[in-house]
Design a protein around this ligand. Structure first.
Ligand code: NAD
Length: 333
């Protein structure tokens, strides 16, 4: 049995990771800044703590007496959020920095950092037919402004804590993660959840129009949460001491993603395109050569399969009248 701290446990990926670690019999301390009633999932077996991890003393409180730390805490969201909240995204640097310092001082054995494909050089993402971003494509550095620079800096901070203090750190660069129990409303949601919500709304209201951000030709890959949790485990307990992609290589355009959701819903909508909306880079995909080499595995849950589960869950939430809008402005900056 391991003693594991999961930061950002009230969020999407952190919530699933707590559940996974509890099911494996580990002792888990789950930490998030949100009040408990806003956590996406709560496991009663965990030691659930509400703490602002931007503060150094709270990081000591969080990690003391435990052996491993997974840092999934960040002030983040989809393009609509990160393009308009660059300073807030960069302030998450305090979370990882203070967690690393506390982990070093409290003798933590292993540290996991959730980085992002947003670290990649924007000039390598101008073609929708992206062949896949290799780990080396993060340099020369030209990361996504705000959010991406914070991730790149925090990656390097992990690396230097490894080199200078001998802390074992593992870093995964997540490419768009989606699935049930994530953000689907309120301004922080990402494309898969937003498109599901809009298609379901059309079904409920009878309004047959859907608004798509950009021209719909921009490309991405999307990783289902089940693959993400497996990847986090495998990378954490591997010998990979450099940042590594954790993403699907099933690249689709946003139009193709809408096709999939319409197919699940069983109806077609009239597409309108908002060319002034935040749309991010033109083309992004994950090159999985390195993860296949190290782990003999790569995320492989088909997009259609994962989207069906996501769609069904969001539909259930909408029909039950729940909304996570309330949590969108939870940070008093
Ligand atoms: P999320 O927003 O659902 O979860 C992040 C959690 O961190 C939230 O519950 C939030 O309340 C918490 N948090 C924020 N500030 C905090 C603070 N000061 N102290 C304590 N907790 C704080 O996001 P997610 O999708 O679960 O993402 C988890 C991690 O993975 C993040 O670091 C994110 O940047 C990274 N990531 C996610 C994706 C994705 O597609 N979801 C892609 C790339 C990277």
């Amino acid at each position: 049995m391991k003693k594991i701290v999961i930061a950002g446990a009230g969020g999407f990926i952190g919530g699933h990771l707590v559940k996974d670690m509890i099911s494996k019999g580990h002792k888990v301390r789950a930490v998030d800044i949100k009040p408990l009633n806003e956590w996406y999932q709560i496991q009663n077996e965990a030691d659930n703590l509400v703490l602002d991890l931007r503060l150094r003393e709270n990081c000591y409180r969080a990690v003391n007496g435990y052996n491993e730390v997974f840092n999934l805490a960040a002030d983040m969201g989809g393009m609509g959020f990160i393009e308009k909240n660059k300073a807030a995204c960069m302030i998450s640097v305090l979370i990882n920095t203070h967690l690393l310092i506390a982990s070093r001082d409290c003798g933590i054995d292993r540290f996991f950092y959730a980085s992002s494909a947003c670290v990649y050089n924007g000039e390598k993402q101008t073609d929708p037919d992206n062949p896949g971003l290799k780990e080396s494509d993060a340099y020369p550095a030209l990361a996504e402004d705000g959010y991406g620079w914070e991730k790149l800096f925090s990656e390097r901070m992990c690396r230097h804590f490894m080199e200078d203090f001998g802390l074992t750190a593992r870093i995964a660069r997540f490419h768009n993660v989606y699935g049930p129990c994530g953000t689907w409303d309120g301004g922080r949601e990402k494309a898969p959840a937003a498109i599901c919500r809009k298609v379901i709304e059309s079904g409920i209201t009878g309004n047959k129009e859907i608004m798509i951000w950009g021209d719909g030709l921009q490309t991405r890959s999307f990783m289902f949460i089940g693959d993400c949790i497996k990847g986090i485990n495998d990378i954490m307990y591997s010998n990979i001491n450099e940042p590594i992609n954790l993403g699907s290589s099933e690249m689709v355009s946003i139009n193709q993603l809408v096709d999939i959701v319409e197919d699940i819903a069983g109806y077609k909508l009239d597409r309108k395109y908002d060319l002034s909306a935040p749309k991010g880079v033109r083309g992004r995909n994950s090159d999985n050569t390195l993860i296949r080499k190290y782990l003999g595995w790569e995320p492989s849950i088909p997009l259609r399969t994962g989207m069906k589960k996501t769609y069904d869950w969001i539909r259930e939430q909408m029909l039950a009248g729940s909304s996570d809008r309330k949590s969108s402005d939870r940070f008093n900056r």
